[in-house]
Design a binder for this molecule. Structure first.
Ligand code: GLN
Length: 232
């Protein structure tokens, strides 16, 4: 039959710093919404996920190259990516937003970006967005592999604005990072767990089954609420 045999261990690539979805806590444990969902989904399916925090773009490329089995990294399900990936059921609705340094008073909208330098992370929806709008607003682009570097060059004044997923910037602001959100967020797609197109169908099936169980039991919401405070 076409039914692929289940492996004991799957290698899952993820981002390095993408709080509250994946990040190291103060004890050096790798935690976050994506990590807790994976942990429970592994338990439900009696399988082991070997987590590799290699960075977003590297995780995407490793799965495309068949070197890893799946990406769990706040990866937005897009039509373009569906050419090379098969995605799970969506598990989180997101979008991207601009942020500037906390002390910045110049930039209050995209129209203030003329002659400025705008950054995003390599291979992300934000990178695609700033590339698409570059001519329109007349800014230069810098790309970074990790969020911590991108956020620190912003506070150091080496770039003028950054784009990242709004729940991630929102979390950074709440954690006291010296940046602030500007304007409304761009409505984006949903996050999905991705495998190489046509590969590891049983892994995708396990993910979807686990996610459905976690949603039904309320655990999914508990995990979300632990990292993102519910609106008042
Ligand atoms: N959601 C964004 C994307 O898919 C960013 C993901 C990330 O940086 N980990 O491009």
């Amino acid at each position: 039959s076409a039914h692929a045999e289940k492996k004991d261990t799957y290698i899952i690539g993820t981002d390095i710093t993408f709080a509250p979805f994946e990040f190291s806590d103060s004890d050096g444990n790798y935690v976050g919404i994506d990590m807790e969902l994976l942990e429970r989904i592994a338990e439900i399916n009696h399988v082991t996920f070997d987590i590799k925090p290699v960075g977003f773009n590297s995780a995407v490329q490793a799965v495309e190259a068949g070197q890893m089995d799946g990406v769990m990294a706040g990866m937005t399900i897009t039509e373009e990516r569906q050419k090379s990936f098969t995605f799970s059921e969506p598990y989180f609705q997101s979008g991207i937003q601009m942020a500037v340094a906390e002390k910045d008073t110049d930039i209050t909208s995209y129209d203030d970006l003329k002659g400025k330098t705008v950054a995003a992370k390599t291979g992300t929806e934000s990178a695609e967005f700033i590339d698409k709008n570059k001519e329109k607003y007349g800014y230069k682009i810098k790309l970074y592999d990790t969020a911590d570097v991108m956020y620190s060059v912003l506070s150091a004044g080496n770039v003028d604005a950054i784009f990242d997923d709004y729940p991630v910037i929102g979390y950074a602001v709440k954690q006291g990072q010296p940046l602030k959100l500007v304007g409304d967020y761009e409505k984006g797609g949903s996050y999905g767990f991705g495998v190489k197109k046509g590969q590891n169908p049983e892994l995708l099936e396990m993910f979807n089954k686990g996610l459905a169980e976690l949603k039904a039991s309320g655990e999914y919401q508990t995990i979300l609420d632990k990292y993102i405070s519910a609106p008042a």
